[in-house]
Every structure is written in structure tokens, then in C-alpha cells.
Design a binder for this molecule. Structure first.
Ligand SMILES: C[S@@+](CC[C@H](N)C(=O)[O-])C[C@H]1O[C@@H](n2cnc3c(N)ncnc32)[C@H](O)[C@@H]1O
Length: 299
């Protein structure tokens, strides 16, 4: 599926800033992922509005090439949404989920309670894997989480150490222009509101994206293969789009609440962004949000 068009490229060139937000592991732990709200919002929208019939998990299963007995470490496992679907492919294997946020980790633990495959849930930061011996995992994944990790190089060094010979490390992230239509309406609304300049930044995934991930991984792994795919979410009503937008902390503008903004700032931002989205729905029947995403498969 190729959703790329000259219009979308033009929007990306005009819209995506070079500077990007940097989010801390502490904020991830104590605020964004203190409970499952943000993950629920994103996962629900993908389930309801995606147009690519192949899910994220379908793509991951291709990349993981499981035989059923692998020992799998999922870094930043979140609420276990992915582990729940991959776990049945490991009937003789083992699942270890590690996450910095006890709130979502608890949700993962409960979600997979009682399954046949042994599961362990560990609270910690992905750049410190000192609780594991060398060569103990056949697969390690880091799915939409590496941009939060304080010391990315230390994480890669640690993954190399814990990965068994012949094992695979799959790092999933986005291109910086992924979801450009959402950024388009967001920045248009913020310009109308004369929002502060420091809020005009790109996604934090630009820190380790499909554009710059290979050079960060190459020092630690013999081969780094890039596998990409696309999807397009098509929202047919404004409400579900606004829920999705809120689940992204309004393109991170709300990642630090009270950051000198007037009370009601985000209420107005929602209303204005919603107006653009409604115009697209009236014109086209839906508002599209295109995902440019993929994984680095490292061995
Ligand atoms: C966007 S969520 C992705 C969750 C899951 N991988 C998925 O795709 O559904 C990012 C996850 O990374 C976790 N995280 C953030 N910083 C981390 C760190 N330093 N080490 C481990 N996990 C971290 C967050 O708590 C959150 O669960």
C-alpha cells in the first residue's frame, strides 16, 4: 500500500519542523503512562480506523520469524497489547516484558495472567539490562519506545550483550513525517491562536526515526535491515479524531501542562483543529492520517 502523494510530500515539507520535542523517561513513567489512557486511545483508533488490513502485529510477526520456542524480551512493553497477540506464537517460549511505568506494566501483567507461556514483568529502564545474564534472549523488541530511553547507545550495547547468537533485535519507529495531516491541522490551529514558538516542534520520534536509526544501530549489530510499511487511518467523525489527538498529547503541545499557557488553551485548540477535520470530512467523507512506519531488524 502506498499512500504517498506529491500533496502529502508538500504538506510534510511545509509542516514538519526540524526541532523536535524531547520527552523524559520520568514523564513517561509518572504522567503519560501512569495508566493505560494514552495507549488505549492510540490502539483503539488503529483498530477502528486503519485501512491496511495487515496489523502492526502481522508486520512484527514477519520480522520476528518465530519458531515457537524463543525467549523474547519486549522493551517498553506498555499495557501488553502487543505481547497478548505475539505470545500465542511462543507456546514453548518465554515472554519478558520490561517497562519503566508501573501503571501500564501492571495492566500487561493482568492482561496476560493465566496464559500458558511463562511471562515475567519487570519494572526498569531499557538502558539498564544488568538484571539479565549474557546471551539469554532470542528476540528483543523495542516498539515505539526508543525515543524515551535516556541513553540509547547504552540500551543498544546492553541488547547486544543479552541477545543470543543468531538472535534478532527489532526496533520499530516512524518516519518524522508520519501522521503529517494531524500535524497539519495542529499547527494551523496553533498559528491561528498565536501559540508560543516553543510549541512548534516535530514528533519526539525524530530522535530515533526511520531516517536516522540505522546509523545509531550500526555500531552494535552486524546487519541492520530496514523494513517499512504504511497505513492510513480514516476518521469519519471529529470526536474519535480528537480522542486520538488527545492521546498524542496534542502533538506533544500538552506534554508539559501549564507551560505558561492560558487556561482553556487546549479546549480552543481542540475546537479549531476539529473545524479543519470537519471540513475534510464534509469534502472527502473522512479525515486521513497517514502512517509512515517500519522496523530495523538487527542481527
Ligand atoms: C508509546 S508506548 C509503546 C508501548 C508498546 N511498545 C506498544 O507499542 O504498544 C512507550 C512505552 O515505553 C515505556 N518507556 C518509556 N521510557 C522507557 C524506558 N526508559 N525504559 C523502558 N520503557 C520505557 C513507556 O512507559 C510506554 O509503556
Amino acid at each position: 500500500m502506498d499512500f504517498r502523494t506529491p500533496e502529502l510530500d508538500k504538506l510534510a515539507a511545509e509542516t514538519v519542523p526540524q526541532a523536535y520535542f524531547e520527552l523524559s523517561a520520568e514523564d513517561a513513567r509518572d504522567r503519560y503512562f501512569a495508566d493505560t489512557r494514552m495507549l488505549d486511545g492510540k490502539q483503539l483508533a488503529h483498530n477502528r480506523f486503519r485501512t491496511n488490513p495487515r496489523t502492526l502485529v502481522d508486520h512484527l510477526l514477519d520480522q520476528l520469524a518465530l519458531t515457537g520456542n524463543e525467549r523474547w524480551l519486549d522493551l517498553g512493553c506498555g499495557n501488553g497489547f502487543i505481547a497478548e497477540q505475539i505470545r500465542p506464537h511462543l507456546p514453548q517460549g518465554q515472554v519478558v516484558g520490561l517497562d519503566i511505568a508501573p501503571g501500564v506494566l501492571d495492566a500487561a501483567r493482568q492482561r496476560l495472567a493465566g496464559v500458558a507461556t511463562p511471562c515475567d514483568w519487570i519494572e526498569g529502564s531499557a538502558d539498564d539490562l544488568s538484571m539479565f545474564s549474557d546471551n539469554v534472549f532470542d528476540r528483543v523488541t523495542a516498539i515505539y519506545m526508543m525515543h524515551y530511553v535516556p541513553d540509547i547507545a547504552a540500551c543498544f550495547r546492553e541488547v547486544r550483550r543479552v541477545l543470543a547468537t543468531g538472535g534478532r533485535f527489532v526496533v520499530t519507529t516512524d518516519r518524522p513525517d508520519s501522521m503529517v495531516e494531524m500535524f497539519g491541522v495542529h499547527f494551523a490551529a496553533m498559528k491561528q491562536m498565536d501559540a508560543p514558538a516553543h510549541l512548534f516542534k516535530a514528533t519526539p520520534k525524530a530522535r530515533i526515526s526511520l531516517d536516522n536509526g540505522r546509523e545509531q544501530l550500526a555500531p552494535y549489530f552486524a546487519t541492520v535491515e530496514l523494513v517499512t510499511w504504511q497505513d492510513q487511518l480514516r476518521f469519519t467523525a471529529v470526536g474519535p479524531f480528537l480522542d486520538f489527538y488527545a492521546a498524542h498529547n496534542y502533538c506533544c503541545a500538552a506534554s508539559r501542562p501549564g507551560d505558561g499557557l492560558e487556561p482553556g488553551f487546549f479546549t480552543e485548540l481542540r475546537e479549531r483543529a476539529g473545524e479543519y477535520v470537519q471540513q475534510a470530512i464534509d469534502r472527502d467523507g473522512y479525515f486521513a492520517v497517514t502512517k509512515f512506519t517500519g522496523s530495523f531488524v538487527c542481527q
